[in-house]
Design a protein around this ligand. Structure first.
Ligand code: PBG
Length: 320
C-alpha cells in the first residue's frame, strides 16, 4: 500500500475516459425532416436539431471531419397519417437522405431506425386498426419490413427495428433476403424497455402516443429475464448487432447480454439521459466533459461494443 498519500489530479477521470472511448465505437443519431434549408433546434435537447436533407449533409460532414463514421437516421416528418404510410413509401424522407449521404460519404456506416411512431397520427409504433387500441401484428410486420426494404435499396448498411413487435427481426431479414439485400445488416433494438427516459425524443419526433402507452410492446424494466430472452430471440432471428436501451439504468442487462452474446452489443444513451447531463451542466452541478466521459466509460465497462449517443460530436471535438 502506498504511504505517500493520494495523488491530486484535476483531470484524471477525463483522461482515463478519453483512453477508453474510441470514436469508431460511437454512433450519432440524426433527425431528418422534409423541405430545404431547415435546421430546427430541439428545445429539450440543446445542441441537437432536425435537419432537411441539404442541411444534414453539412451536419454529417462536420461530424465526419471530426472522426465520426457511424450515423443512425430517424425520419421526423411533419405530415403524418393513421397508417404512417410516409414511413414506407418508396421515396420516403429517410431513403432520400440515404441516397445523398451514400454518394457524398461512401465510407460511412449508415443505420436507420425502423418504427412507425414518428409517422403515425396516433404516435404508436405500429398499425392500429381504427376503433381498436391494439397494434395489428401482421400488417405492422409488413409495414416495418417494407420500410426496411426502402432503406436497404437507398443504401442503408444497417436497419434497426425499434417497434418491439414480436418477430420484427425475422420478418425484416426474410424480406431483405427475398429482394437480394443479404448484405444489409440488422441492429435489433432487442432489449428496449418502456422507459421514462424517452421523453425528449418524443418532442423531437412528435411521437408521444395519443392514447395509452407503450407498455404493451416495450419491455417491463422489472423483468430482466424477459429482456435476455428477447436478445436471444433476436440473435436467432438474424440480428447482427443487439442493443440495450436505455443505457444508464440498464448496465446489469448490458453485462449479462455481453456475457452470452456472439454478436456485438450496442447501448442507446437515450434522449432523457442526454437531457439530464445538459440540465446538470446548466445548473452548475458538473462539468460536461467529465460527466460524459464517466457515463460513457461505464457503458464500456459493462460490455458495450457500440454506443449510440447524442454526445458523439462533442466527444469528437474534445478528442481533437
Ligand atoms: C422509436 C424510437 C424511440 C427512441 C428511439 N426509437 C422512441 C420510443 O420508443 O418512444 C427513443 C430514443 C431516445 O429517447 O433518444 N420507437
Amino acid at each position: 500500500m502506498s504511504v505517500r498519500g493520494s495523488k491530486v489530479s484535476r483531470s484524471s477521470a477525463k483522461k482515463t475516459g478519453q483512453n477508453v472511448l474510441k470514436l469508431s465505437t460511437l454512433i450519432q443519431p440524426c433527425f431528418v425532416v422534409g423541405g430545404k434549408g431547415i435546421q430546427d433546434p430541439i428545445q429539450s435537447m440543446p445542441g441537437i436539431s432536425r435537419f432537411s436533407v441539404d442541411r444534414l449533409i453539412r451536419e454529417v460532414r462536420s461530424s465526419y471531419d471530426l472522426g465520426i463514421t457511424k450515423f443512425l437516421l430517424f425520419g421526423a416528418p411533419q405530415a403524418k397519417s393513421w397508417k404512417g404510410t410516409s414511413a414506407y413509401d418508396d421515396d420516403n424522407i429517410v431513403a432520400q437522405a440515404l441516397k445523398v449521404l451514400k454518394i457524398k460519404f461512401p465510407d460511412i456506416t449508415l443505420m436507420t431506425d425502423i418504427c412507425l411512431c414518428a409517422y403515425t397520427t396516433h404516435g404508436h409504433c405500429g398499425i392500429v386498426p381504427k376503433g381498436k387500441e391494439k397494434i395489428h401484428r401482421a400488417s405492422t410486420l409488413k409495414a416495418l419490413s417494407d420500410m426496411a426494404l426502402t432503406h436497404a435499396k437507398a443504401g442503408a448498411d444497417y436497419v434497426a427495428p425499434s417497434a418491439m413487435i414480436d418477430g420484427q427481426v425475422k420478418a425484416i431479414r426474410q424480406k431483405l433476403d427475398q429482394h437480394g439485400f443479404q448484405q444489409t445488416r440488422i441492429m435489433g433494438y432487442s432489449a428496449k424497455f418502456a422507459s421514462n427516459f424517452y421523453g425528449p425524443f418524443r418532442d423531437i419526433a412528435d411521437s408521444a402516443p395519443a392514447f395509452g402507452d407503450r407498455t404493451g410492446y416495450q419491455l417491463d424494466y422489472c423483468k430482466a429475464d424477459v429482456a435476455l430472452r428477447k436478445v436471444k430471440e433476436d440473435i436467432q432471428s438474424g440480428a447482427d448487432i443487439v442493443m440495450v436501451k436505455p443505457a444508464l439504468g440498464y448496465l446489469d442487462i448490458v453485462r449479462q447480454v455481453k456475457d452470452f452474446s456472439c454478436k456485438p452489443v450496442a447501448v442507446y444513451n437515450v434522449s432523457g439521459e442526454y437531457a439530464l447531463v445538459k440540465n446538470g451542466v446548466k445548473s452548475g452541478l458538473w462539468k460536461e466533459k467529465n460527466i460524459v466521459y464517466e457515463i460513457l466509460s461505464s457503458f464500456k465497462r459493462a460490455g458495450a461494443d457500440l454506443i449510440i449517443t447524442y454526445h458523439a460530436k462533442d466527444i469528437a471535438k474534445w478528442q481533437k
